[in-house]
Design a protein around this ligand. Structure first.
Ligand code: NAD
Length: 288
């Protein structure tokens, strides 16, 4: 089992909300990261976001002190996953996109390299069909922000090997995370519970039953929810939420997972939440 930072070199594919969160966590724990995305503009924005998130994490005392930060390299070429000890896929929640990225990465890395998908809802075994060695794929559902929330949901696919589980346990330990392991299922535990809740909260706003701040205020005040479901939706990104709800709806057929019209309209209007400065709430500027 690996627990020493120096044994890890991560390649993270996808530099959006989660790619930048996980990169912040890893570099903050002294682990070098090669971050890959489709073009240099996206990567330049990601580098700025990561330095802001590193400052935020340090201010919150969320990273170990006295560790030299891990080196950050960025690239638009998938070939740069070649030397990684672990590849973390954090691209858009579209099954075809993930299958393509995972297939490319698994064809490039050495056998024995752990492949992690940070999917919100797509069953791990569905994606295992696309990789060269299905036993090396595992799901790790890092939370947002990954550097503040210590707990992660680990999804063991039916074909994930003991060796892969040991490797991911070692990495998560080197990242200071705590893990709870579950079996494979669309939406896993967290999002099978959370995403229909956010969708239903949005339906209540759409139907005029209550304004967003009232829905969130009730969930916070009466049920002890930390931020309210709609603020959580804005933090996640409403585009990602709709993609994830579609994955759930297509696989479970549960009506509470069919994205409601208000969510679809917000995505159509580019009101994606904190990442565009407006969602259910107005953030005044583009928040990182
Ligand atoms: N947002 C959250 O709170 C959250 C939490 C946990 C898990 N997730 C999951 O993490 C993953 C990423 O979500 P996100 O919110 O960061 O999305 P995002 O839209 O912010 O970022 C996705 C990134 O993937 C990149 N990308 C797309 N196709 C690519 C390709 N072929 N090669 C390289 N890069 C590519 C995009 O350019 C973009 O930068 C999704 O599976 C999502 O469901 C999200």
């Amino acid at each position: 089992m690996r627990t020493d930072q120096s044994e890890h070199r991560l390649a993270i594919v996808g530099s959006g909300v989660m790619g930048t969160n996980i990169t912040t966590l890893a570099t903050g724990y002294g682990i070098p990261v090669t971050l890959i995305d489709v073009n240099e503009t996206v990567l330049a924005r990601a580098r700025t976001t990561i330095s802001q998130k590193l400052r935020h994490a340090q201010l919150m005392g969320a990273l170990p002190s006295g560790l030299a930060p891990g080196e950050l390299a960025t690239s638009t070429s998938m070939h740069d996953v070649a030397d990684a000890t672990t590849v973390i896929e954090a691209v858009t929640e579209v099954p075809e996109t993930k299958a393509k990225v995972l297939a490319e990465a698994s064809a490039i890395v050495r056998p024995g390299t752990t492949l992690i998908s940070n999917t919100s809802c797509i069953p791990i075994d569905e994606m295992a069909a696309s990789v060269a060695r299905a036993d090396e794929l595992v799901g790790v559902h890092f939370m947002n922000p990954s550097y503040l929330i210590k707990m992660v949901e680990v999804i063991r696919g039916p074909r994930t090997s003991e060796g892969t589980m040991a490797s991911v346990t070692g990495l998560l330990s080197a990242l200071g995370r705590e893990a709870l392991v579950i079996q494979d299922s669309a939406g896993f535990v967290i999002n099978r519970l959370l995403h229909p809740l956010i969708n239903t909260a949005a339906m209540l706003v759409e139907e005029g039953v209550a304004a967003a701040e009232v829905v969130d205020g009730l969930l916070e005040g009466c049920l002890g929810h930390a931020t309210g479901p709609l603020r959580t939706g804005d933090l996640i990104g409403l585009d990602n939420l709709v993609d994830s709800l579609n994955v759930l709806y297509e696989r479970r057929g549960d009506e509470s997972c069919r994205p409601c019209d208000l969510l679809l309209a917000k995505v159509r209007d580019g009101e994606l939440g904190r990442k565009t400065g407006r969602g259910f709430y107005d953030y005044g500027k583009v928040a990182s």
